[in-house]
Design a protein around this ligand. Sequence first.
Ligand code: BES
Ligand code: ZN
Length: 845
Amino acid sequence: MEVSPLKYKIHFEPDLEKFVFSGIERIELLIKKSVKKIRLHSSEIEILSVEVVQGKVAQKGKVVYREKEEEVELVFEKNIKTGKATLKLTFTGILNDKMRGFYRSKYAHAGKEYHMGVTQFESTDARRAFPSFDEPSQKAVFEVSFKVPKDRTVISNTVESNVLEHAGGYKTVSFAPSPKMSSYLLAFIIGHFEFISKKTKDGTLVRVFVTPGKKKQAEFALSVAVQTLEFYTEYFKIKYPLPTSDLIAIPDFAAGAMENWGAVTYRESAVLVDPVNSSTHNKQWVALVIAHELAHQWFGNLVTMDWWTHLWLNEGFASYIEYLAVNKMFPKWSIWTQFVYMDHGRALELDGLKNTHPIEVEVNHPAEISEIFDEVSYSKGASVIRMLAEYLGEEKFRDGLRLYLKKHSYSNAKTEDLWSALEKVSKKPVKKIMQNWTKQAGYPLITISKNKNKLKLSQKRFFSSVASQKTKSNVSWMVPISFISEEKIEENKYLLNKAVDFLPSSNGWIKANKNETSFIRIKYSPDLLAKLTNPIQQKDKKLSEQDRFGIIRDAFVLSEAGYSSSEDALSLATAYINDESYIVWSELATEIGKLKSILFGTEVYPEFQKYIVVLFSEIAKKVGWKAKDNEDHSTSLLRSIALGVLGRNGDEETLEKVFELYKNDLSGKEKLSPDLKSMVYSLVAENSGLKEYELFTKMYKKATFEEERDRILRALCSFKDKKLLKRTLELSFSKEARSQDAAKTVIMVWGNPYGREVAWEFVQSKWKYIAEKYGGGHLYNRFVKPAANFTSEKKAKEVEAFFKKHDTTGLERSIAQATEQIRSNAAWLKRDYKKISEFLSKKPS
Ligand code: BES
Ligand code: ZN
């Protein structure tokens, strides 16, 4: 870099009624090579004046706009010499409605409608708020001030340093300089806010800001944030460097939350917990999100990826360590047990496609950067970190992190820097083990069989669809792998690093990848798989929940991939009837849901539903409808899964109860437990028509609590009548809904088999609007990915044909993934339909 920023001083004057803003900016620059031109990132900004000052010499500059590159070139007549210089700019911009850059968000206050100004800069949208060196490695100090109406609160990364009142109802609020940081971490929010606050042990003031009237719903977040900050301070052995740590609930927000240093912004449903109305599940979600964003204050903000290729260092790491923090705060939640269902399993799924990508992937264009905020960067990243942490041991792992953070504080790092630190502390060949996991797409399928008295292990890249298995692949991984067997637990990790290897083994059953800590799938030979039935039924209580979970997950996925038949998986599933594990049943619900989705509309569908009801009956009976006093966290989560599956598959008794609870809730006779609400609403919707639809619509418009609005929206997506589903889609694109929720609606309607066609037609008819509003942003590919629900070659072709006619920048990989999945579904159905049908006719029902 010939020119780099040291410090930005920016004064903003937003007009919260006309939705424009103006700015006065001074950037202190370090000129490393004499230049006549300076390039800055800038998009949808009009620059009014440019001047560069060096010592006593000032010269004006001209602006050349390169809108496509999101850059401006400032051209000067005379050379700017090496050393320091100050660049002075004035500019104007738009307070847009696209939830990126500097944007507006609507809220109500004292019976009036207002707009707040709010920012979302990651990945590349600071350039929409001010001309800047908008790349993560261009760290600088930011000092900002704002002229705003007197009755508004201004929040930014640091503390207020000065407030100056003007005549005419305005004030100027100035903030203290930020730490040296990347541009994507700057944030400012201007609106009517209330807050609650509490100090951490170290004296950091933690505040939760909400729009007026919502303070009661901020208490849980405040408590979690304080504890989490204290935990990380101790864990990383580095103090949180700012005097304040704010959480701000924003009514319109594209992502779930954003880790702006000292001013983390959240979607309301990701931070607000109502003491009466929130479900256990949402409370858990809020805790995880806060723990995730606060992890970034160290991993991401203090030490930042050098370039977006290393995005996973931020996101994979935060997605891992959030569990550690939540586990510390809520040990009874057994949150680590859920990791394999929430992250590990999801990552294995996406990464089983040929059209996945390596964790470390070359990206350039902003739209390409947006596209990698996916399960590979997040969940696979988290999973390979967990694999490594297990391999190195907790302490070595933590010490390595401490070293890494200390060494790269206020600076940037690459993946290899993390490996070096861990290697130094553990004295193990971390880089050698890890490089294929991050530089190579996919992961190995480990095939295990008995060969005389040896265990034969072989590895090959796993592909979830038969068609992709033709792809040549001779990569291999260094696989840390442990075993649990009838006789003993092999705690010591064995490192498989060849294509084929042999291990000594005994005669009883054996489960590989104890607790599912490595990022692999296992294919057992039929005799080894058969032996697992007993331990699955927990005759000797040796297999953990994660182990039981892993066996059935792989059994289903291997049938999807054609390595075995669905019949094998369905019959193995029946061994789980007496299981009580939340993750096991969640996984069964998910896997069976996939089969159900491809079988929808075929002759065996009703029989398949009967099989599902039988499978889930025991567990549904066990959890029952009423929560017991002091019951386990996971039982509270399991209830709506088990009962929901029964209801969705037409179990009469369950549906009767659902309607009874729903009516009692409406009439006020008996309040519905928040843990059952979503399930009850959706099942009522699924089994009702226009009358109930209109009632739900009314409820939706009236509700002000986001979690409740989400539940009602889900119900509105669960009807069977296509006309009603179309109305839901239209509602979600109208002023009645927030544009943050449109993609979610499309996903849910597309995921409803009755809504597949409706959603696809709707998306096509609205494509121009979608591209204009969401193009290049965080939610864009969500309008494409759910095409994966289709199950025929015809549909795959249709999807391809449609997108051939449109600009697909930032969508290419998502389209390829969706069509690969459609073809996989089609092949699966064709291959296994008869076998499933035979299996079902054998079942007594
Ligand atoms: N850094 C992200 C926010 C983000 C996401 C910015 C996508 C730009 C594009 C933040 O830390 C994050 O990961 N948020 C998650 C929630 C988290 C708990 C997994 C999100 O928004 O989905
Ligand atoms: Zn994150």
